[in-house]
Design a protein around this ligand. Structure first.
Ligand code: SF4
Length: 340
């Protein structure tokens, strides 16, 4: 089956005065038509750089795409000119950002902003674009769409602005919607509504969605598959069920333990942060990038980068513990205790 999007061995560096930051390393994944894939990881894990590269939004320089391909409907986006990329963006791929205020034009009525996207990408007349824009405002659940069409962004609440952003992003019925932390700035009730809306739109117009988040609760609610990123690399990919029921990477275990549990009574049970900090991406370690923070680290981990190991169909992890010759995680800890 041809995938809607296929990223192969992507590498992105950033040139700085201090050297080159290896922001994305050997990243490969795919997204199928109409599917919701979440990318999770801490800040600096490479999630946003990856999607900005897909959208052609990273500035070159300072960024250098030093390896890989990004196939969208079979065409390598990395070979397109800026003009060709602009045609793809907005009509076939569109993006919803974390803060709608920075991406909405505060001097332009919301309705006009949606209509403009339709005129540019769909060649509609002004009247047709207005009619479709009102329909889009209705589709994302904003009441009184005719009235709202005439209002400015500051007249909308935070949740409504995020909905308006989604309606601009979906105006041209893109094949792929990339949502970068779309609900982080919203309170929990509105967050749930926006996620519900995205799921609903996927059902209605079969848009595939890449959802970037650091919140595994959001993943459980929304996504079908999950990509876990750490230090610019993918460390685990699997279905949502497997990530929660059978995770195979110590970093994923750490993320799962750090989900806040509001039903827990003691502080200790509520939040267990992962100790330590991510490695310096100017000169990443030659072995496993998680080794300095991993309580299961073995000698080989310091020395050799773990390859991507298949756990089951559609589930893989980059961790030496999944090598059939590796001791079980508990044994690694036991051995560590004995030798210390
Ligand atoms: Fe930990 Fe080694 Fe697995 Fe890396 S490869 S996550 S250091 S056990």
């Amino acid at each position: 089956m041809t995938h809607l999007l296929e990223v192969r061995n992507l590498g992105v560096n950033f040139k700085t005065y201090g050297g080159e930051v290896k922001a994305v390393r050997d990243v490969s994944f795919h997204v199928n038509k109409g599917e919701i894939v979440a990318i999770v990881g801490e800040s600096g894990s490479g999630k946003s750089v990856t999607v900005q590269t897909i959208m052609g939004l990273i500035p070159k320089p300072p960024a250098i795409i030093n390896a890989g391909n990004i196939y969208f409907q079979g065409q390598d986006l990395l070979t397109l000119s800026k003009k060709q990329m602009r045609k793809v963006n907005g009509s076939k791929i569109s993006m919803v950002f974390q803060d709608p205020m920075t991406s909405l034009n505060p001097t332009m009525k919301i309705g006009k902003q949606i209509a403009e996207a339709l005129i540019v990408h769909n060649n509609l007349s002004k009247a047709e674009a207005k009619e479709k824009a009102i329909e889009m405002i209705r589709l994302v659940g904003i009441p009184n769409p005719e009235e709202r069409y005439e209002q400015y962004p500051h007249e909308f609440s935070g949740g409504m602005r995020q909905r308006a952003m989604i309606s601009i992003a979906l105006a041209c019925s893109p094949e792929l919607l990339i949502a970068d932390e779309p609900t982080t700035a919203l309170d929990v009730t509105i967050q749930a509504q926006v996620l519900e809306l995205m799921k609903d739109l996927k059902e209605k117009i079969n848009t595939a969605i890449i959802l970037i988040t650091h919140d595994l609760g959001v993943v459980a609610e929304t996504a079908e598959r999950v990509i876990v990123m750490y230090a610019g690399m993918i460390v685990e990919i699997s279905s949502v069920e497997d990530i929660f029921n059978n995770p195979k990477h110590p970093y994923t275990w750490g993320l799962l333990e750090s989900i806040p549990d509001i039903t827990a009574t003691s502080e200790k049970k509520r939040l267990i942060p992962i100790e330590g900090t991510p490695p310096d991406l100017f000169s990443p370690p030659k072995g496993c990038p998680f080794a300095p923070r991993c309580k299961f680290a073995m000698e080989i981990c310091m020395d050799q980068m773990p390859p991507e190991m298949e756990i089951s169909e559609g589930h893989s992890a980059r961790c030496w513990l999944n090598d059939p010759r590796s001791p079980a995680p508990e044994e690694v800890i036991q051995q560590g205790r004995k030798s210390s």
